[in-house]
Design a protein around this ligand. Structure first.
Ligand code: D5M
Ligand code: FE
Ligand code: ZN
Length: 536
């Protein structure tokens, strides 16, 4: 299908005196023969209708004589994503899409209407013994705290969150060092080897240029001295408050301080090997759409959405959006002067229309960002019900920030990325910068926490559990927020920061942020290779 197909269909409909909602156009564009599908839909529409709805197109195509026959319903067991007909044909031609299937009524998508993960069976969209089609896709979500917030904002809740963080990250470190707790170190007479696992309570420099790192555990705080001329001093500039590390070294003769020789981060094991999908299937990873901003690049987004309908994108079965779907309202002072849509609900309605332009059979997962209409403090729940309903286009799933999305066996840690600003501000340029956002992501993987530092830029919400701890090493780490495109591998984990769909704002001009706008990184789940497509 040519790239401009949806636009052409819209013009065609206009020539018949119709407008159509975007989903209706998506459905038409996904038909084997969009032109005859359009004719069937137009013929079926009643004379007084002005706008062709998706439902009307669906009805017309199901009843009509010219709807396509799906290869799956023919019992051909065509693997999804393979090209069933001529090369370059539209992606819809090999998909099981009930809305554009032939009149035999034999095609159903088991994933429809259920939030439960879809079982993976076989390698393609086959028909099982009962004549039911089996969707080869599989998607499940972990660490979603939507609807499970327990925090009341009381001091005691913060204590619970930090205790949970300490326990879980210390658990990753304890087996690696001979350690004693702070109280035991205080009680010891001094001298000899010593180690400790603790949360960083403070970092200060001495007048001679050495460093004192105060480590806290559940018993007390113990000071650890890092001498400036030791190799371990090279990691001090990576340390953030409230992250959990282990140290090894020697206790001073008076037993009051620990001289550090080695420092360990929870980190990704060097032996980590990511999992991959067992069929050629791809996911588009985007973020920061910012619908409602005057700078939202509607044309670029629409080119992307139209491209997703083409044969070139037929292996893309998943779309992940890592937050900032809309520009929001009142996010920063003076923002209202740069809004295209001033009502936040209207912004989500508009976002939903743009989202409706992507193929209806994509599996979509979204998390909120700092511009979205949920609490700013992390973890952010996946919106309240009214907004979830607006965004549920194509059965999109909306989950919390952060969340772990497992697709075809590949786990993807999705996090909007507000802490990246902090990591970039605190660490030296070579270790984290806006030009290389993936390096800041490596730091979060190393710390096994998506937002380690409390009380600064990043707002944390107290919960009975620290949802920001990275318990399991993900195969892929997907963030956005800094509006820069960057990717790379850290110990086998692919880190992708996905750019944005918003041109440079006044604020960004003032502070010299040059955004990477209009790019869609596409992840091959079988090889974990990334290709970037440009639409701006
Ligand atoms: O963030 C986009 C990027 O720009 C991110 O790196 C933060 C930065 N940014 C944007 N606006 C501001 C203000 N007002 N103060 C500080 N930093 C800012 P986004 O979440 O899309 O706004
Ligand atoms: Fe953003
Ligand atoms: Zn953001």
């Amino acid at each position: 299908m040519p790239l401009e197909e949806p636009a052409r269909l819209a013009r065609d409909l206009a020539s018949h005196g119709f407008t159509a909602d975007r989903e209706a156009i998506t459905l038409l564009a996904g038909a084997e023969d969009p032109e005859s599908a359009l004719r069937v839909a137009v013929e079926a529409a009643s004379e007084d209708e002005l706008k062709l709805s998706a439902a009307a197109v669906r009805d017309a195509l199901e009843a009509g004589p010219r709807g396509r026959r799906d290869p799956i319903s023919d019992g051909a067991a065509t693997p999804a994503g393979s090209t069933g007909d001529a090369a370059g044909a539209g992606r819809g031609s090999t998909r099981s899409n009930p809305s554009v299937s032939g009149g035999d009524g034999g095609v159903r998508r088991p994933s429809d209407g259920g939030g439960a993960p879809v079982e993976t069976e076989g390698s393609g969209g086959a028909v099982d013994g009962g004549g039911r089609t089996v969707d080869p896709r599989s998607l499940s979500v972990g660490n979603d705290m939507t609807g499970r917030s327990t925090g009341t904002g009381e001091y005691g809740d913060f204590v619970a969150t930090f205790r949970d963080r300490y326990e879980r990250l210390a658990g990753q470190l304890r087996g690696r060092v001979a350690h004693r707790n702070a109280a035991a170190l205080e009680a010891s007479p001094g001298g000899g080897e010593a180690g400790m696992v603790g949360m960083i309570a403070d970092i200060s420099s001495t007048k001679n240029g050495h460093w004192i790192v105060d480590l806290e555990d559940t018993t007390d705080i113990f000071p650890c001295l890092v001498m400036k001329d030791k190799p371990v001093a090279g990691v001090v500039d990576e340390l953030l408050h409230d992250e959990v590390v282990a140290v090894e070294g020697a206790l001073s003769e008076d037993g009051k301080i620990l001289f550090v020789d080695d420092l360990h981060f929870p980190n990704v094991p060097r032996t980590f090997e990511p999992s991959t999908a067992d069929r050629p299937v791809q996911a588009a990873l985007v973020s920061d759409v910012h619908v409602g901003s005057q700078e939202f690049m509607a044309d670029a987004w629409q080119r992307f959405a139209a491209w997703l309908h083409t044969g070139a994108a037929e292996r893309i079965e998943y779309l992940l959006v890592a937050g900032d779907m809309v520009e929001g309202v009142g996010v920063y002072p003076g923002q209202d002067e740069q809004l295209d849509i001033v009502d936040v609900f209207a912004q989500y309605e508009a976002f939903a229309e743009y989202l409706a332009e992507v193929p209806g059979d994509l599996e979509i997962v979204m998390i909120p960002g700092n511009h979205d209409a949920v609490r700013l403090a992390e973890p952010q729940p996946g919106f309240q019900e009214d907004l979830r309903e607006i965004m549920a286009v194509h059965d999109a799933r909306v989950v919390s920030n952060p969340a772990v999305v497992t697709i075809e066996g590949v786990s993807i840690l999705m996090y909007h990325g507000v802490s990246l600003d902090e990591v970039i501000a605190e660490l030296p340029e070579a270790k984290a910068s806006y030009d290389d956002p993936q390096k800041a992501m490596y730091q979060l993987l190393k710390k096994r926490h998506v937002a380690p530092q409390f009380g600064g830029h990043t707002r944390l919400a107290p919960e009975d559990r620290d949802y920001l701890v990275v318990d399991e090493v993900p195969d892929v780490f997907h963030t956005g927020h800094v509006h820069k495109l960057g990717w790379g591998k850290y110990r086998g984990v692919l880190a992708v920061n996905s750019g944005c769909w918003q041109a440079q704002t006044e604020f960004q001009k003032r502070v010299n942020i040059d955004p990477d706008a209009g790019y869609a990184p596409v992840l091959d789940l079988e090889t974990l290779e990334l290709t970037v497509h440009k639409f701006a």
